[in-house]
Design a protein around this ligand. Structure first.
Ligand code: HEC
Length: 397
């Protein structure tokens, strides 16, 4: 079928589109956050204004004013910011379907984690996405939603639970990605179900000469603040799928916890900085984020079962090559035998010793540090073989 023969092209195009829309979304959202925090109230400013900012960009001067609720009359031309978010979600979901649903056998399901069928895995993924939004929305509307700090903490717990659930059904790689998918869907949900509809109600009230309820703005602000704090960690988990050092870990929920806390703290620094805060108020974030990052790294590197493999086994080059020939070469050869591949994946060939040595580091991270390769352990590589391969790589010069 045409589609299946051109998957790579389609996924490349989608990925390109996804990155561009995400840049546009995050870019405009960072801009407005910085603008909001950077508003000034010079003496004599009209009382319906919350504040204003002068800025200069690309050779021109801009004078932006923010209203407390809304202007008394609707302006004729009003620019909305919503398609960046919608298209980021649509392209992201299409990518998820294309890479992880079509390739569910090897990327979504890992029989060592949970031997579910690919249909079950796909349905579970959809339930996570929809259920995640519903649970989050209920949480914001519940009594805990009244206190921003408690709600923030609850949101973090919620994301960690999502990580625990995802890593109990999916492969490590798909699990960490799903943490991102669930969170990013919440972010787009905030724009689609709350922020934009509330804004539309305000516009409608204005057109009817009615005073819009301030609740609409406050609710939108709450959701937009969540989006702001989630941005940095979400981007990181979205790109984590090429890094077994992150998703290959046994405790994906702990990695998630660290990443979201560190990302939010860094974001907080920028928010505080835009507000013009100084002194201690902008001094604690980087040291704290850095310290937590060191803890995370120490935790990720503390793999006693891997750190001294070469002392336990003495493995010859021939033995290592035999393992790879048996478990990897069906796909990673110049002419793969595997029906899904007509060229070596990512141009990585392991069908002779010279190539194996050249890719030794990557092999270590994909097949020893993590079980990312072989995909879904299709060729039934044993733990003992992983250790032997690792010990041979560790003693390479
Ligand atoms: C069933 C086919 C198949 C088998 C068997 C297989 N691989 Fe792969 N390998 C792939 C595919 C597909 C990719 C590309 C994954 C992607 O696009 O992220 C890949 C990617 C890789 C990469 C690059 C990863 C990256 O993101 O940079 C390495 C290294 C690798 N494989 C090593 C191995 C090793 C070592 C084995 C044997 C222990 C192995 N593979 C077995 C299909 C296979």
């Amino acid at each position: 079928m045409w589609l299946f023969e051109n998957l790579d092209w389609i996924s490349l195009a989608l990925r390109w589109f996804h990155v561009i829309t995400a840049i546009a979304w995050i870019g405009s959202s960072f801009y407005f956050i910085a603008l909001d925090y950077g508003l000034k109230r010079p003496p004599g400013i009209p009382k319906e204004l919350l504040g204003e900012q002068w800025s200069v960009h690309g050779g021109g001067f801009y004078h932006i004013q923010k209203y407390k609720v809304a202007p008394s009359h609707m302006p004729q031309n009003l620019v909305w910011y919503k398609y960046e978010s919608y298209f980021t979600w649509i392209s992201g979901f299409a990518l998820l379907a294309m890479v992880y649903y079509l390739g569910a056998d090897s990327l979504l399901v890992d029989p060592n984690v949970n031997p579910i069928s690919k249909e079950t895995a796909i349905v579970t993924s959809l339930i996570f996405i929809i259920g995640g939004w519903i649970a989050y929305d209920l949480m914001c509307r519940s009594p805990i939603g009244k206190n921003p700090i408690i709600l923030g903490a609850a949101l973090l717990v919620f994301i960690v639970i999502a990580a625990i659930l995802a890593s109990s059904v999916f492969s490590g790689r798909a699990a960490l990605l799903h943490v991102g998918v669930i969170t990013a869907s919440i972010m787009t949900g905030n724009v689609f179900f709350i922020i934009i509809p509330n804004q539309k109600k305000v516009v409608k009230d204005l057109l009817n000469q009615k005073q819009p309820s301030p609740h609409l703005g406050l609710q939108a602000k709450q959701r937009s603040t969540h989006n702001n704090y989630l941005t940095l960690p979400v981007v990181l988990v979205m790109i984590s799928n090429h890094y077994p050092i992150l998703f290959g870990h046994q405790y994906i929920w702990l990695v998630t916890l660290f990443l979201f806390v560190i990302g939010a703290i860094i974001r907080h620094f920028f928010n505080a900085h835009h507000q013009g805060l100084h002194g201690v108020q902008i001094l604690w974030q980087w040291p704290l984020a850095f310290t937590l990052a060191i803890f995370l790294l120490a935790f990720l590197y503390h793999r006693p079962e891997i750190s001294n493999l070469s002392h336990e086994h003495s493995v010859s080059e021939d033995q290592a090559f035999a393992i790879v020939s048996e478990r990897c070469v069906v796909c990673h050869a110049q002419k793969p035998q595997h029906p899904d591949h007509d060229a070596p994946p990512l141009d990585i060939r392991l069908d002779n010793k010279k190539y194996l040595k050249r890719h030794a580091d990557a092999v270590f991270s994909q097949a020893v540090l993590s079980n990312a390769m072989p995909p879904a352990n299709e060729t039934l590589m044993t733990e003992e073989e992983r250790k032997q391969l690792g010990s041979w790589i560790q003693q390479l010069p």
